[in-house]
Design a protein around this ligand. Sequence first.
Ligand SMILES: NC(=O)c1ccc[n+]([C@@H]2O[C@H](COP(=O)([O-])OP(=O)(O)OC[C@H]3O[C@@H](n4cnc5c(N)ncnc54)[C@H](OP(=O)(O)O)[C@@H]3O)[C@@H](O)[C@H]2O)c1
Length: 467
Amino acid sequence: MARIGVTGLGTMGAALALNMADRGFDVAVHNRTEAVVDEFMEGTGSLSDRFTPVKSLEALVDALTPPRAVLIMVKAGDPVDAVIDALVPLLDKGDLIIDAGNADFNDTRRRTARVTDEGIGFLGMGVSGGEEGARHGPSIMVGGTEDLYRPVQDIIEAIAARYQDDPCAAWLGPDGAGHFVKTVHNGIEYADMQFIAEVFGILNASGRSYADQADLFAEWNGGPLQSYLIEITAEILRARDSETGAPVLDVIVDKAGQKGTGRWTVIEALKLGQSATAIEAAVAARSWSAEADARAKAEETYPTGTTRMSHVLDGDLEKALLAARMIGYGQGFALLSAASRHFDWSLDLARIAEIWRAGCIIRSSLLDDISSAARDGLPHDQLILAPGIAPRLADAVEGLRRVVLASMEEGVPVPGLAAALSYFDTYRRARGTTNMIQAQRDFFGRHGFERRDRDGTGFHGPWAESD
Ligand SMILES: NC(=O)c1ccc[n+]([C@@H]2O[C@H](COP(=O)([O-])OP(=O)(O)OC[C@H]3O[C@@H](n4cnc5c(N)ncnc54)[C@H](OP(=O)(O)O)[C@@H]3O)[C@@H](O)[C@H]2O)c1
């Protein structure tokens, strides 16, 4: 009998199942298209004895030791509901379903309630690290009740990445907490990727060769920017297309895909009254990228000419990326705090930063500092105010400012970097300019305002006196 079942042997499900077998667990494997199970088994090599291949969900359930645990790793959305609907009648009370795909946490909350009503446990589990991570150690963010997590904790921790022996897996809170944290992780990932893409654009506009840029990113990866995304950027800049021999970046269409997690982050931020503008800029840039024909027409209408940037220092670009990264993480953590309060999740922000230190796409040396800062408590829930972060941000942000200014002068697009800088500049003013907004609202709608010199609400401006 197998300890756990996996249904959905696509990229991620197959990799996770192999990872479990590698760690010594017996796994029953199933896939909607039966032939995929055979293909999977052909690739299991010396691990084949660990697997029980099955061709139906009934057989999957029969192959498991009760109380059963079935991990679903299918396409996000309706397919997850379809698999749950098919599984629930086959399971017994006390069995457990784990959805390890990228679910909208609102769906996870709904599915948790639906499955729990039938006496079956449900965990919503975010998995980050792509195929490689899933195969050899992802970062794993679990939501559900803690008592449901304990029986599978050994499997989940065993397959997770390790940061200095600490497994990058944790139970984070009830129902949708794991998938919410995974969503915000992806939002931060969107922002970080966008910042890097913008710096790539600036370096191109400065006439720097890909080889030169690759060296620069590789050098940055040895400093405070050390991270998976900076590391792969250097590799990508060096890579050549195997068919044409051209730099691979030159053969790729500038149209970025998205599956929803970045957009969900922004939507949830807005619902919670939060600002995730750097993440929003990254989502917007991907959306605009899809409008290739309109962009071609716009370039014809407003020609850019040849852009030649010459006055941006490498050190400023490094600082710009660091400052923007801190602000991107800051917006993500502020959102996590807001969600934790709103849903009463008691999220451990330090633990979240810790389990992102290895295995996941946004792993970076900065996360070690972020986890220490969060452990000490974030002033006003703001990472950018943490004593361990603030002096470094104050230094780096001036590089960000110079880079944004120089780019804007030349018309080189930097929507993500500029959003990060604007957020910083807006946030660090004790007295902003929304007094004007309040005056306008009162002028046209008698909404009332608060006064600086008196307690209370509902004061009106002189324009109301003539009524
Ligand atoms: N790829 C990544 O880097 C990554 C990283 C983190 C999280 N994720 C998430 O992991 C999940 C799986 O992604 P993936 O990349 O492994 O996908 P994938 O390679 O496209 O595989 C999709 C799987 O879903 C199954 N499926 C699709 N529709 C189904 C349905 N109606 N009923 C039953 N099974 C169905 C497919 O079965 P058939 O073979 O029968 O079509 C296949 O096994 C998604 O939620 C994704 O967002 C992916």
